[in-house]
Ligand binder design. Structure first.
Ligand SMILES: [Zn+2]
Length: 192
């Protein structure tokens, strides 16, 4: 599955939105990827999960860990394709934590899976929660890398690359024009 195949899937699902968006990272952008519109089709989610699994299999992960809510569906599909567990972290007082009785063992080789990575902030936070639990992080993966993911301290794989302009709020030209801001991400603005 090439980067263009993946982006075509997003275009076909109407998941490539144009406007004035506040991303989960806090950056503002003229474009947004609404992954839920692709992942609402289980067959597409499964295909994307298999494609990521094929790329990360050499890392020999024993568990997938995703940040809620955005990473849940694709994380589950990657885990299904790899035949490993699918765990997720949730924010407790603003910090990602393992809940619901989920555990990681020191022998666990964790793959962090997200839908879209922009700054890599939540990927790094998710990886940190795995290492805090005593496991090792062997890699991270996303459907789309739309920014500079930065160093997460492990190999990073994305099925597609999409460069959309992002700005700090203070430098956002759309804010300067007074355009209404949409916050489509999964994280409440107050916790970002
Ligand atoms: Zn703005």
């Amino acid at each position: 599955m090439t980067s263009n195949d993946v982006l075509a899937m997003f275009r076909d699902a109407g998941a490539l939105l144009e406007g004035h968006f506040r991303l989960t990272s806090g950056l503002h952008s003229a474009g947004y990827l609404q992954c839920a519109l692709v992942l609402q089709h289980p067959a597409k989610a499964e295909r994307l999960g298999r494609a990521i699994a094929d790329r990360v299999r050499p890392l020999a992960p024993t568990v997938v860990l995703s940040p809620a809510l955005g990473g849940l569906i694709i994380g589950h599909e990657v885990a299904r394709a790899l035949g490993v567990r699918a765990l997720f972290v949730e924010r407790v007082d603003g910090v990602f934590a393992l809940r619901r009785g989920f555990t990681l063992a020191p022998s666990d080789r964790v793959l962090v899976v997200e839908d879209v990575v922009t700054t890599g902030g939540s990927t790094r936070e998710t990886a940190m929660s795995a290492t805090d639990a005593g496991a090792s992080v062997v890699g991270a993966a996303a459907i789309v890398n739309r920014g500079a993911a930065g160093d997460i301290g492990a190999p990073f794989v994305a099925l597609a690359e999409l460069r959309l302009p992002n700005w700090d709020a203070a430098a956002c030209p759309l804010c300067a024009q007074g355009a209404a801001l949409v916050k489509p991400g999964s994280r409440p603005a107050s916790a970002a």
